[in-house]
Design a protein around this ligand. Sequence first.
Ligand SMILES: Cc1cc2nc3c(=O)[nH]c(=O)nc-3n(C[C@H](O)[C@H](O)[C@H](O)COP(=O)(O)O)c2cc1C
Ligand SMILES: C=C(O[C@@H]1CC(C(=O)O)=C[C@@H](OP(=O)(O)O)[C@H]1O)C(=O)O
Length: 387
Amino acid sequence: MLRFLTAGESHGPVLTAIVEGMVAGLPLSREYVNRQLARRQGGYGRGGRMKIEQDQADFLSGVRGGLTTGSPITLQVVNKDWANWSEIMAPGPEARLEERVVTRPRPGHADLAGAIKYNQQDIRNILERSSARETAVRVAVGTIARALLAELGIQMTGWVRRIGSVEAVLEEEQTADQLRELAGASQLLCPDGQAEAAMIREIDRARGNGDSLGGVFEIRVDHVPAGLGSHVQWDRKLDSRLAGALMSIQAIKGVEIGLGFGAAAVPGSQVHDEIFYSPEKSYYRATNRAGGIEGGISNGEPLVVRAAMKPIPTLYKPLRSVDTGSKEPFTASVERSDACAVPAACVVGEAVVAWEIAVAILEKFGGDSLRELRERVDQWRSWIRQV
Ligand SMILES: Cc1cc2nc3c(=O)[nH]c(=O)nc-3n(C[C@H](O)[C@H](O)[C@H](O)COP(=O)(O)O)c2cc1C
Ligand SMILES: C=C(O[C@@H]1CC(C(=O)O)=C[C@@H](OP(=O)(O)O)[C@H]1O)C(=O)O
C-alpha cells in the first residue's frame, strides 16, 4: 500500500514526509524533485516569503545511488525563514511564547475554527500548520509518484485556465505536448498569451486595491491505463479519490471532472461519449466529456480534472474580525501575503493527482520493484487491446 504523511510548521525548521510502499528500483534525483519545487514557487502575484525560500528536497532514507530501495522514503524541505523564527517556534521551554502571539483570527483561514477545536489561546499554534507552506513537501511527495508514472509512459500536464474574471481560450485540437510547452513558457502556466497578459493586469489591479484573486487550473493526464479505480465501493472510485485529493489543497473549493458542472446544463446527448471499435485501437471514444472516468473507473481516455481556488484570504484591505482575548472587533493588519497563488496551486494539483494515480496503479497491479510493476502494466495494456 502506497501512503504518506507530512509534518512541519510554516515557520518551523523543516517540512518532512515519509512515503511508504513505493517500488524499489525507481530512478529518483534531488534535481528531478527540485524542478517541481521551483515551479511551485513561481507565478506572478506571490508575496515576500517566496523571496526568502529556495526550496530544495533532501532524501534522508529509502533512496540509494539514485534508486529507491523499497524502504520508507524520508523527504525534507528546509524552511529558510526558520532563522527568523527559531526563538519563537523553539520546541523547548526556551521558546519565547509571549512574542508574536496571535489573538486576531483571519477570516477565510483555519484560525478561529482551529483555535476553538484545539483549545488554543495563541492562534499561531493553528496557523503554522494550516498554512499552505505544507504544499512544498506535498509537491516533493507527488513528484516521487510523478517519476513512477513517467516510467510507465503516463504524462501530466497542468495549466491555469482562469484567474479572477480572465479565462484562457485554447486553440482547437491542441495536443497535450503543445499545451505543456505553452504553459511551461508562461509565468502563470497559462497557454494563452493574450489571457496571460490580462491576468497579470488583473493581479496588479487586485494587489493595488489591497485585494486578492483566485482562479481555476486544469490537469490532464495522458496514457492512464484503463481499469484504475472501481465502481464496486464508494472509497474505491477514482473520481472520488481525485476530488478528495484536490480538495485537500489549501483554498481549493471546487473540483470538476470532464464536463463537470457544465454537464448539468446540457442534454444527455451532449454529455455522454459514444463508444466505437476498431481492430487497431480496440474500443475508443470520439469525445472525452467524461474526463477519462466512467463509474469510478479510468476508461483509457485522457484524465481531465479542474479545481477552483478561492481568492487568498489574507487581504491588505482588511476584513472585520473579533479579537479572541478582548472580544473587541478589529480590522486586520497584514505584514505579507500572496495576492494570487493559482499557478502554485496548479503545481500542487499535479502532484496530488500524480499521487492518486500512482496509488491506484499499485493497488491494481501490485509489485515490489519497478521491473515487476512495469511487466504487469505492459501485460495488461496488451491484453486490453485484444478484448
Ligand atoms: C500555494 C498556496 C499559497 C497560499 N498563500 C497564501 C497566502 O500567502 N496568504 C493567505 O492568506 N493564504 C494563502 N493560501 C491559502 C490558505 O492557506 C488557505 O485558504 C487557508 O489555509 C484556509 O484553508 P481553506 O481555504 O482550504 O479553507 C495559499 C494557498 C496555496 C495553495
Ligand atoms: C510559504 C508558502 O506560502 C505561504 C502560505 C501562506 C498561507 O497562509 O497559506 C501564507 C504565506 O506565508 P507567510 O505568512 O510566511 O508569508 C505564504 O507565503 C509557500 O507556498 O511556500
